[in-house]
Design a protein around this ligand. Sequence first.
Ligand code: ADP
Ligand code: NA
Length: 336
Amino acid sequence: MRIVSGIQPTGNLHLGNYLGAIRNWVRMQDQVADTGGECFFFLADLHAISMPHTPAELTANTREMAAALLACGVDTTKSVLFNQAQVPAHSELQWLLNGTARMGWLNRMTQFKDKSGKNREGASVALFTYPVLQAADVLLYQATHVPVGDDQKQHLELARDIAQKFNNDFCDEDAPVFTLPEPFIPPEAARIMSLRDGTAKMSKSDPSEMSRVNLSDDADTVMKKIKKAKTDPEPLPSEEAGLEGRAEAKNLVSIYGALSGQSVAEVLRDHGGEGFGQFKPALGELLVDTLRPISERFNELKQDTPELDRQLATGAAKARDAAAGTLSKTYDALGL
Ligand code: ADP
Ligand code: NA
């Protein structure tokens, strides 16, 4: 099993990013390593230039995301961690696959429509062809599985269509260049809501610092944010139905469950009847225990640019090696 997965480099990482995305990567890595497989994790910095961006911010966000992944448990002895821009084979293969991808296929991609909005004419060409780069990202490493959320299913289908057409058009039947990747359905990710408003997603875009717990927050800050989280005056119910219409309470119980590995029902079985004066400190402590080692390592790594760059360079060298064979077969198959 070889899994390839990318993540957009973004800064100001918070509990939602950890419980909703990063932690799943770490779990997947350990699961795959146990079966003798391998994960290739990349920071999608080449994808980032499909939207307006600030170069210095992109550099900083790429390092910050790398620091977060390492701090959260991505283990470079088990997985390959790198950023796309250091592996030219991604861009090269994209161009080679542009000859195989059909305009009609890309025209059907709903994400382009969503992201370009009303300004279709002003969108970058990269935003339009980005699914071909995504195809290159995974086909380059002969990925057997690609984790996909709902919004990415269409792009994986496209990667399979490109691989199939290329194999068909340019390869002997018994020597296809590309493996058709299968979807890997990741374990259900937690969806974490704002601490100020239980119905909005916890997000770095929320102007209120109190709305989120950052991965860089120290223990006092975490405790303070949980203590001030918006709630209602009722005690916790002992059954899930009692959380109906109580979005803030439900969010805190869900966070507790995501951290303790319990379902909402299990958390309520243990904590039903408690008021928030009792439940919040318990949640705060659990959160601090989980985040302390992560935030310590994260803050350390964020300061240590040479170490981060060294880790990314090592990962990129491994990725370049792994990509070389497929890239050269692709050139050959095309008569180049
Ligand atoms: P933000 O919403 O803070 O801008 P991003 O959109 O950059 O975060 O998300 C990066 C990753 O983290 C994505 O995989 C996204 O699904 C996940 N993520 C972000 N916020 C949350 C959240 N509140 N709950 C669960 N997952 C989240
Ligand atoms: Na966002």
